[in-house]
Ligand binder design. Structure first.
Ligand SMILES: [Fe+2]
Length: 435
C-alpha cells in the first residue's frame, strides 16, 4: 500500500500560456469568466470522483448514472463556453469536438472502474512480483528482470520488419519510425508467449485491478536524424525545450512496457519517466479535454506519408501554427493545454527544473525490460542525439471479459498464413520495383 507524503500531493503541471513568449502577443481574447469555467470544471471533477468512489456497489445503469451526475455538468459548461459571448468559428467547432471526446473518455473510465470492481481480479503473485508491484505503485515505473535472450530472438525474427523500417527512415528521415508487430507473426507469437511466461499480465493486472490482455506491440526505431519533436517555437526564436515530448498517454485502462533490442545509453533515446508523477493531483476532466484537443488535431492538419507525423514536420502542429496559437488564447485559460505539454515548459523555470530533477533515465543493455503507467505518469523517449535505438513498446489493456477466451487454433493458423502471404507479396513487389 502506498501512503502519500505531503510532498507527493503536488498538482499536475499546468502551463501558463499567457506568459509564454510565443503567445503573449495574442493577448487573452477570451471574454467570458475564467472563474465560472474553473468552478464548473471543479464541480465536474468532484461529481466524477464521487461516482468513482461508489463504483463498487453498481450493478447496472452505469451510463445513466454518469449522465445524471457528470454529463449534465459537462453540458452546462459546453453551453456557457459555446453560448452567447463565447467561442465562435473554428475554435468553437474544435472545442465542441474535444469536449465530446472528453465526455466519452470519462464515461469509459467510469465503466472501466465499475467493471474492475465487479470482476475483482486478484492474481497470486510471487514475493518478487509483490516487490515489483510496490515499486510500480510508488514510482509509476519498474524495471523487470532483463530478458536479453528474448531481445536477441526478437531481433532475429524481425529482420523483414527492420528492413522495411530502415527504408522508411531513409524516405522520411525527420519522421517517426514505428511498425505494429503482427500478433500472428513469428515475433508476435514469441513475444506473447514470453510475456505470459514472465508473469507481466499478472503484475499489470494486479496494478490496475483488472485482468489484462495483450493490446499491441510496436517496433520502434529511433535515430539521430529524427526531428519530429523539434522546433515548435523556432519562428519566435525559441529553441527546443529541455522537457520536449514529456507527456502522459491518458488511457485509463492501459499499462505499457518497453523492451530494448539494442544497448541504450542516455544519448540513444533512452526511455525516461518522471518518478511518482502518476500520482500527482490533476483534473480528470481537463486531462480528458486536453487529450480531446490533441486527438482532434487531425481535423485541421494533414498527416505525413508515414501516418505517424504531420506534413508540417512537427508532432503538435496546433502549437506550431501561428493562427492556431492565436485561437488557443481565445479559449478559457484552463482549456489551454495538451497531454504533450513538455515542449511548452520554459527552460530554467522552477517547473522545468523540477521535472528534469525527478526524471529517471532508464538506460540499459539489450533485454532491459520496463513496465510503466504511461496513462497517468509523465514520460518520454526515442529522442536520440547520437546513434540509434531499437525497442519494442508493448501495451496491455484491461479485459472486458471476466475470463480468458479459449485459443482458436484454426483462426490463429489462418492469421499466421495471411501474415506470411503478405510478407511474401511485399518482398516480391519491392524486389521487382528494385529491378
Ligand atoms: Fe507515451
Amino acid at each position: 500500500m502506498v501512503t502519500l507524503l505531503e510532498s507527493e500531493m503536488q498538482p499536475f503541471p499546468r502551463v501558463d500560456y499567457s506568459s509564454h513568449p510565443a503567445y503573449v502577443s495574442a493577448g487573452s481574447p477570451w471574454s467570458l469568466s475564467d472563474d465560472r469555467v474553473e468552478r464548473v470544471v471543479t464541480e465536474i471533477d468532484a461529481a466524477f470522483r464521487d461516482l468513482l468512489a461508489g463504483a463498487d456497489c453498481i450493478s447496472d445503469g452505469e451510463e445513466a448514472r454518469f449522465n445524471a451526475a457528470v454529463g449534465t455538468r459537462i453540458d452546462e459548461l459546453q453551453a456557457y463556453v459555446l453560448g452567447t459571448g463565447g467561442l465562435t468559428g473554428r475554435i468553437a467547432d474544435y472545442s465542441a469536438r474535444a469536449m465530446k471526446l472528453a465526455r466519452q473518455a470519462l464515461l469509459d473510465e467510469w465503466k472501466f472502474q465499475v467493471r474492475s470492481h465487479r470482476f475483482r481480479y486478484q492474481p497470486v503473485l510471487t514475493a518478487a512480483q509483490h516487490r515489483k508491484l510496490e515499486i510500480l505503485k510508488k514510482d509509476g515505473v519498474v524495471c523487470l528482470d532483463p530478458i536479453p535472450e528474448v531481445a536477441s530472438h526478437f531481433w532475429d525474427k524481425t529482420w523483414w520488419e527492420r528492413r522495411l523500417m530502415r527504408r522508411q527512415a531513409d524516405r522520411l528521415p525527420w519522421g517517426r519510425c514505428a511498425m505494429a508487430i503482427d500478433p500472428h507473426s513469428p515475433a508476435g507469437v514469441m513475444l506473447q508467449r514470453t510475456l505470459r511466461r514472465v508473469g507481466v499480465f499478472e503484475l499489470a493486472g494486479a496494478y490496475l485491478g483488472c485482468r489484462m490482455e495483450f493490446l499491441y506491440a510496436a517496433l520502434d526505431h529511433a535515430h539521430e536524424r529524427q526531428a519530429w519533436y523539434k522546433g515548435c517555437y523556432a519562428d519566435v526564436g525559441m529553441g527546443t525545450s529541455e522537457t520536449a515530448y514529456m507527456h502522459l498517454d491518458a488511457d485509463c485502462d492501459i499499462v505499457k512496457a518497453m523492451l530494448y533490442l539494442t544497448d541504450v545509453k542516455p544519448e540513444n533515446g533512452a526511455f525516461r519517466f518522471v518518478r511518482g508523477s502518476h500520482r500527482w493531483v490533476r483534473s480528470p476532466f481537463l486531462i480528458a479535454l486536453y487529450k480531446g484537443f490533441d486527438c482532434e488535431q487531425d481535423a485541421y492538419f494533414e498527416r505525413a506519408q508515414n501516418t505517424l507525423d504531420y506534413e508540417s514536420g512537427y508532432y503538435r502542429p496546433r502549437f506550431q501554427a501561428a493562427d492556431h496559437r492565436r485561437e488557443l488564447m481565445c479559449l478559457p485559460s484552463s482549456f489551454r493545454g495538451s497531454t504533450h505539454f513538455g515542449d511548452d515548459v520554459i527552460d530554467g523555470t522552477p517547473l522545468s527544473k523540477q521535472l528534469l530533477a525527478s526524471e529517471d533515465v532508464l538506460a540499459g543493455s539489450h533485454g532491459t525490460f520496463v513496465l510503466f503507467h504511461g496513462a497517468a505518469g509523465i514520460h518520454r523517449g526515442s529522442q536520440v542525439s547520437v546513434g540509434e535505438r531499437w525497442a519494442i513498446q508493448i501495451a496491455f489493456r484491461a479485459s472486458k471479459e471476466r475470463s480468458e477466451r479459449p485459443p482458436r487454433y484454426v483462426e490463429e493458423r489462418l492469421a499466421s498464413l495471411r501474415y506470411h502471404f503478405r510478407r511474401l507479396k511485399r518482398t516480391v513487389l519491392s524486389t521487382s520495383e528494385a529491378i
